[in-house]
Design a protein around this ligand. Structure first.
Ligand code: ATP
Length: 860
C-alpha cells in the first residue's frame, strides 16, 4: 500500500482507526490478527542443543574416546565412571549457561520500550510490543519510532533514519500527502519507520505496519547481533588457549615418562588425558559470563539496569563520573519561590499580569486521566504556581481565550521554547527560557543589564531562573523558525525556583572521593545556580574550577586538556559539548562515566566508557545509546553500581586464582611424583572428581562473596591491568607447588607407614587442601577469623558438602569399589586434615606478609 500517497483521512479510514485512535476492544482484535509488534529475534537454541554443546569441547571428546578404549580393553568400571562424570560435567555446564541466558532475557524485557498512544481519545502508555495497525501514536523528541507510521500531525518533526536509510542528517517530516507514488523510503516524508529516532518536535501518526511487516522487519536488519564477548572473556579465552598447549605438552611428557618407567600404557593414557581435561580451564570464559550476568541481575535490585554485559566488568574501573544536575543530583521537585513581573506589561485579561498569562500559556504540561498534571518538572512548577495564584481561573479557560496555533519546542541547545496564540486578529508570541537566551532575543533598546544582574543574584542563592518574553504580531513569519520568531521580544518577567539536592547524593560523593573517583557536574543551568548546589553537595571545593559552555567553546584543545582535571562544574553547556569533555578526559587516560537524558546526549553517552541513561526522565534515544540505565534517575545508584562492579571483578579474580591454583597443584603432583621416584599418585577418576566436585562447587560459591571492607577506599583498577596482577601469578605458582609438596610428602610418608591406604590419603589431602585454600582466599587482605566463617554461607555450605562427599568416597563401601579407595583409620584421617591445613595457614600468612609490605610502602 502506498500510504504516503493517501490523504491522512484516507489512512484513518483504511486502517479502521479514528481521530481518537482505536478502542481497546478493536485493538485486542487487531492484536489477535497481526500479533505483537516485535521483530523476530534469532531463533533461540533449543535446550537440547545447548546441552549437546557441552560436549563440543575437544578434550571432552578425547576423554570419551579414551574411556571407550578402556572399556574395550576390559576396564568397564572406568568407562562407566568417566562417562558419568562427563555427563555430570555437561549437566552442570548446561544449567549454568541456561541460567545465564534466562537472566539476560529478563534484563532485556525490563529494558523494552514504551509507546504513547491514544485509545478511545485518552493518552495511554503501552509496551510498544502491544501496538497494532490503526493505533494513533504520539511521538516527541527522544522517542524511538515504535512501528511504521503515517503522520497526521507534525510540529517541527525531525527523524534520524540512519539506521534504515544510512542518511545521517535527520529528515524533516510533514503530514502532507506526497504527490508522487514512486518514492524511496528516505523521500516518504510523511512516514515514520520503526526503530528510527525522533530528534526534534512532536507528531501524531497512525500505525500502518507492526513487527515483521515494518520496513526494518522486511529488510531483516534485526537487533540480533550476538552478545559480543567482553574484553575479559576475550583475554581469558586467549590465555586459556595458550595455557592448553603448555598443559598438553606436560601431559605428553608425563605419558612419555610413564612409558619409560614401564607403566601400563592404557593406564598412563587415561591419566594423562584426565589431567589434561582437569587442568585446562576451558570453562573459565563461560563462568565469567555467569558471574557478570548474575552481577547484572543483582544490579537491577539496586536500580541499575545493565544494557551491555561488558559494562558490569568495567564499572569498577571508573575514574570520573560526569553527572547531570537536575534530577540526578537534585530531587527534581521544583518549586517556584519568587517571581518578578515587569509591571508595565499587561494585556487586560481578567486581572492577570503578562508574566502570569505567559506562565499559563507557554508549557507542555498535560492533564492526565485522573486529573493530575504531567510534564517536565520545571514547567509543572511554573504551572502549579499559576494555579495557586489564580484558583478561580482554570488554565483551560486562558487557553480557550488564546488558543495555541504554533510552537517551537524546547531544546537544550537553545535553552528556550516558544508558543504562538491567536489573539483577536493577531498573534501572541510567548518565549520562555534561560535568562541569557531570552535577553538575547529582546528588542534592541532593552536594558538587559538590570535583568541579568537580578537573575545573577537569584542564581547565586542556588535558584533556577526562567525568563519570559512576548510580542504581538499581525502575521507569522515564513519560514517559521526560531531565528525568525524569537526576536524583537518584550521582557515579561522572571520566575525563580528551587530544586533541593538529593540527600543521598552527598554521601555518595564522599564515597567517590574515598574511592579515588572524581565527580563532575555538567548542567544546562546557570553557573551560579550550579556552583551553589555543587558546593552544598561537596562536588565543588576551594581550588576547583567552574567552566561555562561559552568558555569551553573559546578554549583551545591543548589549554582545555591542561585544565580539564581541575574543573568540577560545567554550566550552561550544550549536550554537544559533553562529547568534548568526555574526549578530553579520555585523552588524560581517564575512564569516564557520563549521564544523559536527552536526544543530543546520545553521542557523549556512546563515546563515554560507561554511558548512563535515566530510566524515568530519559528519552528512548539516550537509553538506546547507553550502557546502563538508572531506574531511579539517582546519582547514588551510579556509585552503588561502581561498588558492585568492583566486587564482581574482585570475585572473578578470586575465582580464577582458586581454579588456577588447584589445577596447578594437580599438574605439579602428577608431574613431580615420578621425577622424585614415587609411583603415580592418583587414578584418573580421582583427578576428575577433584576437578568436578572439589574445584567446582566451592569455586562457584566464590561469586557470592561479599565485598572487601576496603572496596571503596582503594583507587580504581586500571582497565588494562592483567587478571594476574597484584601478585596473583605468584600466588598460583607458590600455592600450587605447596599443595603438591604436602600431597607428595604425605605420599612418601604413607607408602612407608600406611601401606595400602597411601593412595586414599593422597587423594584426601589434595581435596582437603583445596577446601582450606578456598576458605582463605575469600578475602585478599583480611584474615578469615576476622571476616567470619559465616559471612558467606553459600561457600561454607559448599565446603561442608564437599567435605562430606569426600568422607563418603572414603568410607562408603560402594564408593570404595568405584573410586578404588580404602576406609582410613581415624588417625590417618586426622593426619590428612592436619597436613592439608598447612595450605590454609600458609595462605593466611601470605596476607600477613602483604600487610607488612604495604605498611612499609606507606611509610616511605
Ligand atoms: P541538567 O543539564 O543538569 O539536566 P537543566 O535542566 O538546567 O540541567 P537543560 O534542561 O538543558 O538543563 O536546561 C537548560 C536551561 O534551559 C535551564 O537552566 C533553564 O533556564 C532552561 N529551561 C529548562 N527547561 C525549560 C523549559 N521547559 N522551557 C524553557 N526553558 C527551560
Amino acid at each position: 500500500m502506498n500510504w504516503h500517497h493517501l490523504e491522512a483521512t484516507e489512512v484513518i479510514e483504511v486502517t479502521g482507526s479514528s481521530p481518537d485512535g482505536l478502542s481497546n476492544e478493536k485493538a485486542q482484535l487487531q492484536l489477535a490478527e497481526y500479533g505483537p509488534n516485535e521483530l523476530l529475534v534469532k531463533k533461540k537454541k533449543p535446550a537440547w542443543v545447548l546441552f549437546l554443546h557441552q560436549f563440543k569441547d575437544f578434550m571432552i571428546l578425547v576423554l570419551i574416546a579414551a574411556a571407550i578404549i578402556a572399556g574395550i580393553a576390559g576396564d568397564l568400571t572406568d568407562t562407566i565412571i568417566i562417562m558419568v562424570i562427563v555427563l555430570l560435567n555437561a549437566v552442570v555446564g548446561f544449567v549454568q549457561e541456561y541460567r545465564a541466558e534466562k537472566a539476560m532475557e529478563a534484563l532485556k524485557k525490563i529494558a523494552a520500550f514504551q509507546a504513547q498512544v491514544l485509545r478511545n481519545g485518552k493518552p495511554v502508555t503501552l509496551p510498544s510490543a502491544e501496538l497494532v495497525p490503526g493505533d494513533l501514536v504520539l511521538l516527541e523528541a527522544g522517542n524511538v519510532v515504535p512501528a511504521d507510521l503515517r503522520f497526521i500531525e507534525t510540529f517541527s518533526l525531525k527523524i534520524d533514519e540512519s539506521a534504515l536509510t544510512g542518511e545521517s542528517v535527520p529528515a524533516e517530516k510533514t503530514e502532507q500527502r506526497m504527490k508522487e507514488v514512486d518514492l524511496s523510503l528516505g523521500d516518504r516524508l510523511n512516514m515514520g519507520f520503526k526503530s528510527t529516532l525522533v530528534t526534534n518536535g512532536r507528531a501524531k501518526g497512525i500505525v500502518i505496519a507492526t513487527g515483521m511487516q515494518t520496513e526494518i522487519g522486511l529488510i531483516a536488519r534485526m537487533l540480533q547481533e550476538d552478545e559480543a564477548a567482553t574484553p575479559l572473556q576475550k583475554r581469558m579465552a586467549d590465555f586459556g588457549r595458550k595455557l592448553s598447549y603448555i598443559i598438553l605438552f606436560i601431559c605428553l611428557l608425563l605419558f612419555g615418562i610413564g612409558l619409560l618407567r614401564g607403566e601400563e600404557p592404557l593406564n598412563m593414557l587415561l591419566i594423562s588425558i584426565s589431567l589434561a581435561v582437569a587442568a585446562i580451564p576451558e570453562a573459565l570464559p563461560a563462568l565469567i559470563t555467569i558471574a557478570l550476568a548474575m552481577g547484572a541481575k543483582r544490579l537491577v535490585k539496586v536500580n541499575a539496569l545493565i544494557r551491555k554485559l561488558p559494562a558490569v566488568e568495567t564499572l569498577g574501573s571508573v575514574t570520573y563520573i560526569c553527572s547531570d544536575k537536575t534530577g540526578t543530583l537534585t530531587q527534581n521537585k521544583m518549586k517556584v519561590v519568587q517571581v518578578h513581573g515587569d509591571e508595565q506589561q499587561s494585556m487586560q485579561l481578567e486581572n492577570m499580569s503578562m508574566l502570569e498569562i505567559a506562565m499559563a500559556l507557554n508549557h507542555d504540561v498535560k492533564e492526565a486521566e485522573d486529573g493530575t498534571m504531567v510534564g517536565d518538572p520545571t514547567e509543572l512548577a511554573l504551572v502549579d504556581y499559576f494555579i495557586q495564584q489564580h484558583p478561580a481561573q482554570p488554565l483551560q479557560q486562558v487557553l480557550e481565550h488564546l488558543p495555541r496555533v504554533a510552537e517551537l519546542p524546547f531544546d537544550s541547545d537553545r535553552k528556550c521554547m516558544t508558543t504562538v496564540h491567536r489573539f483577536q486578529q493577531q498573534f501572541l508570541v510567548i518565549s520562555k527560557g534561560a535568562v541569557e537566551s531570552i535577553t538575547a532575543s529582546l528588542q534592541a533598546n532593552t536594558d538587559t543589564t538590570s535583568i541579568l544582574n537580578e537573575a545573577d543574584q537569584w542564581s547565586s542563592d542556588g535558584i533556577r531562573v526562567i525568563a519570559y518574553a512576548f510580542k504581538i504580531v499581525d502575521v507569522l513569519p515564513e519560514p517559521f523558525t526560531y531565528e525568525s520568531v524569537e526576536t524583537d521580544l518584550i521582557f515579561a518577567g522572571l520566575a525563580g525556583m528551587i530544586d533541593p539536592p538529593r540527600e543521598e547524593a552527598k554521601l555518595a560523593i564522599q564515597e567517590c572521593k574515598a574511592a579515588g573517583i572524581h565527580v563532575v557536574m555538567i548542567t544546562g543551568d546557570h553557573p551560579a545556580t550550579a556552583s551553589a548546589i555543587a558546593k552544598q553537595i561537596g562536588i565543588l571545593t576551594k581550588n576547583d574550577l567552574v567552566m561555562t559552555g561559552k568558555e569551553l567553546k573559546a578554549i583551545s584543545t591543548e589549554d582545555f586538556d591542561e585544565q580539564v582535571e581541575k574543573i568540577r562544574v560545567y554550566a550552561r553547556v550544550s549536550p554537544e559539548q559533553k562529547l568534548n569533555i568526555v574526549k578530553a578526559l579520555q585523552r588524560k587516560n581517564h575512564f569516564v562515566s557520563m549521564t544523559g537524558d536527552g536526544v543530543n546526549d546520545a553521542p557523549s553517552l556512546k563515546a563515554s566508557n560507561i554511558g548512563v541513561a535515566m530510566g524515568i526522565n530519559g528519552t528512548d534515544v539516550s537509553k538506546e545509546a547507553s550502557h546502563m540505565i538508572l531506574l531511579d534517575d539517582n546519582f547514588a545508584t551510579i556509585v552503588k553500581a561502581v561498588k558492585e562492579g568492583r566486587r564482581i571483578y574482585d570475585n572473578i579474580r578470586k575465582f580464577v586464582k582458586y581454579i588456577m591454583t588447584c589445577n596447578g597443584a594437580e599438574i605439579w603432583t602428577l608431574f613431580l611424583a615420578p621425577l622424585i621416584g614415587l609411583p603415580i599418585p592418583l587414578l584418573p577418576i580421582h583427578i576428575l572428581w577433584i576437578n568436578l566436585v572439589t574445584d567446582g562447587l566451592p569455586g562457584l560459591a566464590l561469586a557470592s562473596e561479599k565485598e572487601e571492607a576496603d572496596i571503596m577506599s582503594r583507587p580504581p583498577r586500571k582497565t588494562n591491568e592483567s587478571l594476574f596482577a597484584d601478585g596473583i601469578g605468584y600466588h598460583i605458582l607458590w600455592v600450587g607447588l605447596l599443595m603438591a609438596g604436602v600431597t607428595l610428602g604425605i605420599q612418601a610418608w604413607a607408602i612407608n607407614h600406611s601401606g595400602s591406604h597411601w593412595q586414599t590419603m593422597v587423594f584426601t589431602v589434595l581435596s582437603l587442601a583445596q577446601l582450606g585454600h578456598v576458605l582463605s582466599i575469600r578475602s585478599d587482605r583480611q584474615y578469615l577469623y576476622k571476616q567470619g566463617l559465616f559471612s558467606n554461607l553459600q561457600l561454607l555450605g559448599a565446603v561442608l558438602l564437599t567435605f562430606v562427599l569426600q568422607l563418603g568416597v572414603i568410607y562408603l563401601p560402594f564408593a570404595n569399589k568405584i573410586f578404588k579407595t580404602q576406609p582410613l583409620s581415624l588417625n590417618e584421617l586426622l593426619i590428612c586434615i592436619g597436613v592439608s591445613a598447612i595450605v590454609f595457614h600458609a595462605v593466611e600468612f601470605e596476607k600477613f606478609i602483604k600487610q607488612r609490605l604495604k605498611k612499609k610502602e606507606n611509610k616511605r
